[in-house]
Design a protein around this ligand. Structure first.
Ligand code: NAP
Length: 254
């Protein structure tokens, strides 16, 4: 049976995507930062699911999770864990980016050795990460084929430093840590697509505006609807696309 690992799998879109995968006959490794919540989710998902603790902001926790799964081949890695904090200051910028962007990067690096030759990596991103929100100059730099991870990290670190300093000029980035975290996650998706072994795919997905704890009950989409596009990307076959940004299985603009 194919196996997927999902971060932040205890609730919201992560849990619903895990549910969709189990329904499709997949085995799922549900990871979560809170043990009780993770165990509960795995129990609800049934015998095809197991829980492994994993906090995406904690390198040691990621290392232990990867070690505990040694010998397991992952057909899909789902970077879903994310936060959206109120306010806008250096702490909010640092925490948001550390979870939504660096967290996905850390987890991907740690689990790459466990990925099957035709595995999918899915980045649960957001339309909030669209490049229309950045200055034309920065947009060009983020889309440049020469962009690499160290350059991307430097842009992101510069954004955090400017926010911390109370600068008006944020280097072309918008005044939203959440937006910047997803802009960076999308850029990471494009970089990884160029460097993964052929056969492996990485795509970013926007689930739409979904009624979860993050977006609240006023959001327009059910969690089932939001998760369906993630399940689509998680189960792409060898002929599937890579290096793209999708909503409901259809390509959208970066
Ligand atoms: P949610 O219900 O708040 O779920 C977020 C999940 O991420 C929870 O399981 C949470 O765990 C986990 N998480 C947060 N920080 C973590 C950490 N350091 N380590 C491990 N897990 C962590 O929100 P959601 O709407 O399902 O969000 C899932 C993803 O969809 C996020 O990446 C979000 O940005 C993206 N997204 C959501 C929407 C929307 O409208 N809902 C739209 C676009 C994109 P705890 O339960 O322990 O907090």
């Amino acid at each position: 049976m194919p196996t997927a690992l999902v971060t932040g799998g205890n609730q919201g879109l992560g849990f619903e995507t895990a549910k969709g995968l189990v329904k499709a006959g997949w085995d799922v490794v549900v990871t979560a930062r809170r043990e009780a919540a993770g165990l509960d989710a795995a129990k609800k998902l049934g015998r095809r699911a197991r829980f492994v603790p994993l906090d995406v902001t904690d390198a040691r926790s990621i290392e232990l999770a990867a070690r505990s799964l040694a010998g397991t081949e992952l057909d899909t890695l789902l970077n879903n864990a994310g936060i959206s904090l109120d306010g806008f200051d250096g702490t909010v910028a640092e925490r948001t980016i550390d979870t939504n962007y660096r967290g996905a990067a850390r987890v991907t690096d740690a689990f790459l050795p466990l990925l099957a030759p035709s595995a999918n990596i899915v980045m649960v991103s957001s339309g909030m990460g669209e490049l229309s929100a950045v200055s034309p100059e920065l947009r060009q730099r983020l889309l440049a084929p020469l962009l690499d991870r160290s350059l991307l990290d430097a842009y992101v670190d510069d954004f955090i430093a400017r926010v911390r300093d109370g600068a008006r000029d944020l280097g072309g980035f918008p005044r939203s840590a959440y937006r910047v975290s997803k802009i960076a996650l999308n850029a990471l998706t494009r970089i990884l697509a160029r460097s993964l072994p052929s056969g492996q795919r990485v795509n970013a997905v926007c689930p739409g505006w979904v009624r979860t704890r993050m977006s609240g009950s006023g959001a327009t989409r059910s969690v089932e609807h939001g998760a369906s596009g993630i399940v689509w990307a998680a189960t792409l076959g060898p002929d599937g696309p890579t290096g793209g940004f999708f909503r409901d299985g259809r390509a959208i603009e970066w």
